[in-house]
Design a protein around this ligand. Structure first.
Ligand SMILES: Cc1cc2nc3c(=O)[nH]c(=O)nc-3n(C[C@H](O)[C@H](O)[C@H](O)COP(=O)(O)OP(=O)(O)OC[C@H]3O[C@@H](n4cnc5c(N)ncnc54)[C@H](O)[C@@H]3O)c2cc1C
Length: 716
């Protein structure tokens, strides 16, 4: 209501301005003609004339009417340089701030709702460096004054900041105009005031804050390094600590561009993914899935069977898969690629020096221009009383421990309802364990939409997993050889007996013991970095699980590229890590894969969106495969085919998602997916059908009505 009133009032004033042609008073000619009359009036009643001039100036700028430049000249002509400058400087800043507030009040919410995701970078930039940007824009009179007021109103900039930066930033321009006004008699036109030479000087002044910023960061960097003695020359261009995905990619890139690079790994090359994470878990998932398919033989017209298998052999296969993949990440391979690989424990002793306790017991010290920290993460073990007494396994230890067992644990408690907990719960249930999965949150896979969590839960339950959500583990107890975990739910305690407890409640970055504390490198849950992945010391970078914000192999590898390129070529050009299109999958059955926004995130972030859904139960190939379940859900910009995010639940969802990842990365919309031939019958057709659903919902009804009439006419 208030908004409508304000808009009406402003529109009425603007319309009157043009309807009564008030603009005719705000031309150079009109000003020259009436200069003497005004001067006489001003001499009679200086306060009133000054006050009226001030008020009119405020109104003209607040309503973004044309004429502010002429009024600034008039101020010089009428009041002289000092008084004119004073009046205009305050009137223009107040008027600009009113225009800024009006734009904010009327448009900001709807603009942010509609374009929130696209404005994210702008919003963040304004929050961080908004004053600097505004100052530059005010100083360099390249963009129209009123446009800056209105656009800034749409950003999160604080009103006070807008006001004072405007006032200071516009001072130089105001001075030039007011001064020109004092020479009104000689002025022929407005363009004479702002000559190309003057614009160039302003431009120099405008970029001064940016140069100053660079200078300040250079000074800050020098301060950070002040207490360390920089080596005169370096043994290496780059030293990378950690041989997981992030470390492997960054050292490989460095070697590929002929830098002298050393990779240091204390334990197993390939890091978590190869040895304890993605690779063993996916190998286990495959065996478990096959066991389940054998049980489900009847669905495919085969005789009902129970899978007959040796758990020891299943685990042996898991280890064999690791051994087969290992050469990809091996010392030999990376050495052949030009990386020097040292096996030992690295510690950063100063910003350019790394000390390595080699596995053969000797110590080596190397100096380097840049360092990449890629030390990964380890399973987080919650501080549960009694946990150490009952014993537990984590993703780090379960592979070795279970490899020694002939049968899987009879009663397995899995603590954690995230992706790792879900994948392992389902697999061990399928391999014969009685699995109880305990999750504190109200649902499993909490980052996904509710319907995804529900589908995941239903599939785990169907495989025999007992899923306890909203259950908080409070302690563990041991009675003789019997082990229990106590959980609380709705104020009630429950004791659950188990044989093995698997902790899968998250993974914490490896931050201690290799020099971060001594160098004072700030950490929170991960190493603190800027958008270039630089730590406090601009020559020390972090990538992968230790840097966050994601904990995936492909994001670690993605960051690996940025740190290598920024470390080696940052003097010429630095790249900000781009997280705009990050996909991931949880490899339960059916798989859950996502890229970009889901519905809950779009709602939380206030991003306008439309949802298109295609049920995979309708897909020919899925029906033929006995996999007719799940869905493709796509979020698009309202009224447009631009993809904001996609979630796929179904067989091979992780593979199917690649089409949406490509589309989002390269700005292709649903029309393009619809216009692409997909092989029949494949699961990938689900993507095309989802695009088809979107098209149907956006069919041009009016055109179709006309077409119907046209065809009727052709028949008549
Ligand atoms: C069970 C499980 C399943 C997973 N499944 C998937 C999946 O399907 N897809 C996916 O994308 N991600 C998955 N992940 C996550 C993935 O494994 C990690 O995100 C990835 O390994 C991170 O790579 P990184 O290079 O950051 O760290 P890491 O792989 O942890 O490598 C860090 C290395 O640094 C070494 N190191 C540490 N400190 C030092 C030091 N001071 N000196 C020398 N060396 C040091 C460590 O020994 C380690 O080898 C899974 C994880 C787990 C646990």
């Amino acid at each position: 209501m208030k908004r409508a009133l304000l808009v009406t009032l402003m529109l009425a004033l603007i319309v009157s301005f043009f309807a009564f042609d008030l603009q005719r008073f705000l031309t150079l000619e009109a000003l020259k003609q009436s200069q003497h009359d005004f001067a006489a009036l001003n001499a009679q009643s200086p306060w009133q004339i000054g006050g009226i001039f001030f008020a009119v100036y405020v109104v003209v700028t607040a309503l973004s009417l044309p004429g502010a430049a002429i009024m600034t000249l008039a101020a010089g002509a009428l009041f002289g340089l000092a008084e004119g400058l004073l009046l205009v400087s305050f009137a223009s800043s107040i008027g600009a701030t009113l225009a800024f507030l009006a734009s904010r009040f009327v448009f900001r919410d709807s603009v942010q709702r509609r374009f929130g995701d696209r404005l994210k970078a702008v919003n963040e930039g304004v929050e961080k460096d908004g004053a600097l940007y505004l100052f530059t824009l005010r100083l360099v009179p390249v963009f129209p004054f009123f446009l800056i007021n209105l656009l800034m109103g749409l950003t999160p900039m604080r009103t006070g900041t807008f006001y004072w930066v405007s006032q200071v930033g516009m001072l130089a321009g105001t001075l030039v105009f007011v001064n020109a006004g004092t020479q009104l008699g000689q002025l022929q036109n407005l363009s004479g005031i702002i000559s190309p030479g003057l614009i160039f000087s302003f431009a120099l002044l405008g970029i001064f804050p940016l140069i100053a910023k660079k200078f300040i960061s250079w000074i800050q960097a020098r301060r950070v390094y002040a207490k360390w003695e920089k080596p005169a020359k370096f043994d290496r261009n780059l030293i990378v600590i950690g041989g997981g995905a992030a470390g492997l990619v960054s050292s490989y890139i460095a070697a590929a561009v002929k830098a002298k690079v050393t990779l240091i790994e204390t334990h197993k090359m390939g890091g978590d993914c190869l040895n304890y994470g993605c690779v063993p878990s996916k190998a286990l998932i495959k065996s478990a899935r096959l066991a389940q398919q054998i049980r489900q033989g009847e669905h495919y017209g085969l005789n009902m069977q129970s899978p007959d298998f040796s758990f020891r052999k299943v685990m042996a296969r898991v280890n064999e898969v690791i051994r087969t993949v290992a050469p990809h990440d091996s010392v030999e391979r990376y050495t052949s690629l030009g990386v020097e690989v040292l096996q030992g424990y690295a510690r950063i002793t100063d910003p350019w020096t790394v000390e390595i306790k080699l596995n053969d017991g000797t110590t080596q010290t190397l100096t380097t221009r840049s360092i990449v920290i890629a030390t990964g993460a380890r399973p987080f073990v919650p501080p549960l009383p009694g946990l150490d007494d009952v014993g537990y396994v984590t993703s780090d230890t379960l592979w070795e421990k279970f490899s020694e067992m002939d049968v899987p644990p009879a009663r397995l408690v899995v603590l954690g309802g995230g992706p790792i907990g879900c994948e392992l719960s389902q697999s061990f249930a399928r391999l014969g364990s009685k699995v109880m999965q305990i999750e504190m949150a109200p649902r499993i896979m909490i980052r996904e939409d509710v319907e995804v969590s529900e589908l995941a839960r239903a599939s785990l339950v169907a495989d025999g997993v007992e899923v306890l959500t909203d259950h908080k583990a409070v302690r563990c107890e041991k009675e003789g050889e019997r082990k229990f975990i106590v959980v609380e739910h709705d104020g009630q305690s429950q004791r659950i007996e188990f044989d093995t407890l698997l902790c899968a409640v998250g993974r914490s970055a490896r931050l201690k013991g290799f020099g971060l504390e001594e160098l004072g490198i700030p950490v929170q849950r991960t190493v603190t970095t800027n958008e270039y992945l630089e730590t406090l010391y601009p020559n020390i970078y972090a990538a992968g699980d230790v840097a966050g914000p994601y904990q995936f192999t492909h994001t670690a590898a993605h960051q690996g590229w940025y740190v290598a390129v920024n470390a080696l070529f940052g003097d010429f050009k630095r790249f900000k890590a781009d997280y705009s299109v990050i996909p991931w999958a949880t490899f339960i059955d059916p798989e859950v894969a996502r890229v970009g926004l889901n519905e809950q995130e779009a709602r939380e972030q206030g991003i306008g969106h439309e949802v298109t859904r295609y049920g995979i139960d309708d897909l020919d190939r899925a029906i033929a495969d006995g996999a007719a379940h799940g869905f493709v859900k796509v979020l698009t910009v309202p009224g447009k085919d631009k993809i904001l995010g996609a979630t796929i639940v179904g067989e091979h969802a992780g593979d199917l998602l690649a089409e949406f990842v490509l589309a989002m990365k390269h700005g292709l919309g649903l029309n393009k997916i619809l216009g692409t031939i997909h092989i029949y019958p494949t699961l990938a057709e689900a993507n095309k059908y989802a695009a088809g659903e979107w098209k149907r919902a956006h069919a041009p009804q009016k055109v179709l009505a006309w077409l119907e009439r046209y065809h009727a006419w052709k028949r008549s």
